[in-house]
Design a protein around this ligand. Structure first.
Ligand code: GUN
Length: 282
């Protein structure tokens, strides 16, 4: 039976540490501030944004919300980002993705100045990470690395497989593992010999978004299985990509959904906001 990596517990520990940092800043008259921009009313995005704001409130970070209608023009979005870039009181800018299809996500992320890019999605920050000199590390992969650290899980020399190639999770995750000396394979939903690759992997990170596509026959004994998926099963319950009940008997470590990677993502966003605040206002 695998060790269950408790993301809720680790994230609470991280948030307690970060609250101490926020209190120190407040002692100097500085309140870190996040600006959240949400375009349209995607249900999942609304829930994520609320959870991010709740975490801010919990540790004393100010958060400002900018809710833009679905029909917002590119210029209106870029103008708002420009205004937030120039607002002295704003330390971090988060543009929740996805944004409506008529808007250019690259232009928008490019517009956020790197110093306030707490998601790490601006091409400058993405480039620094790929070169091994990260400043703002995307929150989900950063949270997963923190889980490894808490459990003393070594990356160097290990065969690591990331399933998913998104700019938000898959690519930055692979780069962090490469930077730590892992032997990294990046798969996607079309990969043909996925089972063969997974059976040879010491660490598996799934960010596909399909319930139970990772089954116990695909996993090596005692390997580390990290589930980034947030899906709904036939009963409408939240579940991950991994068939948790069966895989937990094979793996050495496993993350649950919910209560695994999700809370870590939010804790790492708080970490990035405080980092941005300290860097900007030193
Ligand atoms: N959409 C899904 N995950 C994320 C995230 O971590 N940040 C932002 N901005 N959008 C997302």
């Amino acid at each position: 039976m695998a060790v269950i990596i408790d993301g809720k517990e680790i994230s609470n520990k991280v948030l307690d540490e970060l609250k101490v940092e926020v209190d120190k800043l407040k002692g100097k008259g500085i309140t870190p501030c996040l600006a959240v921009v949400l375009v349209g009313s995607d249900t999942a995005s609304c829930i994520y944004v609320k959870n991010k704001q709740k975490a801010c409130e919990k540790i004393g970070i100010e958060s400002k919300e900018y809710l833009l209608p679905e029909e917002t023009t590119e210029q209106e979005l870029l103008d708002l980002i420009d205004k937030l870039n120039n607002d002295e009181n704003v330390d971090g800018i988060l543009l929740q993705s996805p944004i409506p299809r008529h808007l250019d996500i690259l232009k928008a992320f490019n517009k956020i100045i790197p110093e306030k890019d707490v998601d790490g999605f601006n091409p400058i920050n993405a480039g620094l990470l790929s070169m091994g000199f990260p400043v703002f590390i995307p929150c989900t992969p950063q949270g997963i690395m923190r889980m490894f650290k808490e459990h003393n899980i070594e990356i160097e020399g290990k065969r690591c497989t990331v399933i998913g190639r998104s700019n938000i999770v898959g690519k930055p995750m692979a780069q962090l593992l490469i930077n730590k000396g892992g032997t990294v394979t990046v798969c996607n939903s079309k990969t043909q010999n996925l089972k063969e690759i997974l059976l040879a992997s010491d660490i598996v990170i799934s960010a596909v978004g399909k319930p139970k596509i990772i089954t116990d026959d695909m996993i090596k004994q005692n390997s580390v299985v990290i589930d980034v998926g947030i899906n709904r099963n036939e009963q409408g319950k939240i579940c991950g990509d991994v068939d948790f009940e069966n895989v937990k008997d094979i793996a050495g470590y496993i993350t649950p959904v919910p209560g695994g990677v999700g809370p870590m993502t939010i804790a790492m966003l708080m970490n990035n906001i405080i980092l941005a605040c300290k860097n900007r206002r030193k």
